[in-house]
Design a protein around this ligand. Sequence first.
Ligand code: HDD
Length: 716
Amino acid sequence: MKQKDSFAVNKKTEDLSINTENPKDQLLTSNQGVPINDDQNSLIAGERGATLMEDFLFREKMTHFDHERIPERVVHARGSAAHGYFQVYESMEKYTKAHFLQDPSVKTPVFVRFSTVAGSRGSTDLARDVRGFATKFYTEQGVYDLVGNNIPVFFIQDAIKFPDLVHAVKPEPHNEIPQAASAHDTFWDFISLMPESTHMIMWLMSDRAIPRSYRMMEGFGVHTFRFVNAEGQSHFVKFHWKPLLGVHSVCWDEAQKISGKDPDFHRRDLWEAIESGAFPEWELGVQIVPEEDEFKYEFDLLDATKIIPEELVPVKRIGKLVLTHNPDNFFAETEQVAYHAGNVVPGIDFTNDPLLQGRLFSYTDTQLIRLGGPNFHEIPINRSIAPVHNNQRDGFMRQTINQGRVSYNPNSLGGGCPFQAGAMQGGFKSYTERIDGKKIRGRSKSFFDHFSQAKLFYESQSEAEKQHLTNALRFELGKVETIEIRQRMVGLLSQVNKTLAKNVADGLGLTVPEALEYPINHSIPADGNPEDYQPVNVEPSIKKSDALSMANTSKNTIKTRQIALLAADGFEEQSLQNFKKALETEGAMISVVAPKFGTIKGAKGIETKVDQTLLTASSVLFDAVFVCGGSVGVETLLEEPSAVEFVDEAFKHCKPIATVGEGIELLKASNQLRKHLEKGTVSSIGVLVDQSPEEFVNAIAQHRFWEREKKDKNLN
Ligand code: HDD
């Protein structure tokens, strides 16, 4: 009776599956719909007796619980996802008949999942790793999946090497160490024997592999695909996602610290941005290459270790992706979503890229074990919004109740249904590519240039990016215990750039081999002649590409940037209000960080709510910091070692820092900041003393002031 009353009072529920209007729906039941009277106690034989086998409620609850986990993805296990829509800017009918790329007024629903690759489901978001960027388009012609990464190339050229690659990067099998990290012997052993991975390694060792946010990274379809138009003409196409917030990363020291302070950093960032209405946006870009230009370039379009430099084929932005709502249930949606590089719709088709071809097998195969049978397309998150009619039947967890006795084709008993779809009805027809060839196991010689684009990438980086890349290699190879593997890697790097190889070798206590020995390529058949498999030198037609450096990304917004306002009782109110207002107007997220929770009182008695304390917050979780003035407040902060550490670390990580009035004293308490303040050159490196909020806004939009590192080596 008592319980009933509390229901009556508290009619609000967060469980949307419960209909609060219908009293019957509020009752707890078993999976068979039987109302449960006692969910607190097992059925036992006497007050102190054993639990009875008869307790079907206990058994049902426990059995379900025992089976609540499914195998995690063999790669990309850790991920976060969101719903949204995609809208094309103008019809792409010249190139493709895909319906969702025709009408600018149509919003195609999407579900996008971002992920790391190597770590387990519970691993940190900030691992140095490739990020998955998988988009499911629920189009009126069926489901289209663009299953990409945030790096435009891949480690290997042929899918048959994928299990080897993944075995090498995953924790080592004897002791399951290390988690979510490539910095170990087996990974670098494999890489050092696979020259084709060199280009990808440049990207992986760059800051691209430690993004600031999922919302601030690019996405790439990687392979060359085909667009096919209504006339059956094909164009090659590479897909890009361009984030409207620009492409930004954190630095490695920061990434490692974030992994401790908030392993859910990217997941939380995505969730909170969407909850606050700051919907993440990307533009879909395409590089289109006419069929007749297939052999025009010095690289092979079918080789997934190569990009098409944007200087050769510009990226045309053709539409926008907006993520508008978070999933209701992580398991049902984010965990059960099943992407497949082979889910295409009419108007999009494959090429003979051997990496892509192998993927076409792997995705369904892995879902069969992960989701427990062939009916995973019926799980709500995977369902097509276009009607599904075919003769597939039965199997584990079948949801559809097919009627009638006809499940074959041709049939007359079912009136011939379902009919095959002709051209008028949009039936999928594979592009009629001419194929002439002998059945071989092998690789085209046009795939044998492994270094020219690695060079291009390295040469296109800013000085700071080159330094970060070098340090990343020194870190990763420094964790490798087998000296021969380190030495082999130095040999490989010397093919990319002598200075890079030398700087890495220095850090490892090694030297670069005098004569440039070509690294041995072990990726050859048993009776193959190694001479025939050596990399070939290709002169790249582009020496430097601005699009490859994050230094050239757009820096015109501070939307959703996390800004800490450091303050304590006695702070100076006016400037705090001014800075807060200016930052919020520009869409930044503000947290007042103080020694303890509750409110802090300003010098004139005005109170401000505290959002985080020096104990719960940390500089690595913010993009910039403002130190409030006011002598009493600053005195208090000076007594807090974590307040000094806060600004010291923000400076070390090259973040914008601003202060007014007495706040400068806190900055001076950091040794490195004091040195710069004494020299009086701080504003050029993003430390703003007594400057306007607008100046601070501009500095935050720059993201980081990496120039600080030139002055202080070993900071990153
Ligand atoms: Fe893959 C998952 C992206 C090569 C086999 N892959 C997976 C996911 C992404 C990618 C984003 C996670 C999807 C999700 O969020 O559920 N994979 C790529 C890219 C590749 C690539 C961009 C190269 C261009 N993958 C690749 C190869 C193979 C696989 C060569 C095997 C031949 N990938 C898989 C898989 C996974 C997967 C084993 C694991 C979980 C899953 O599929 O659903 O089938």
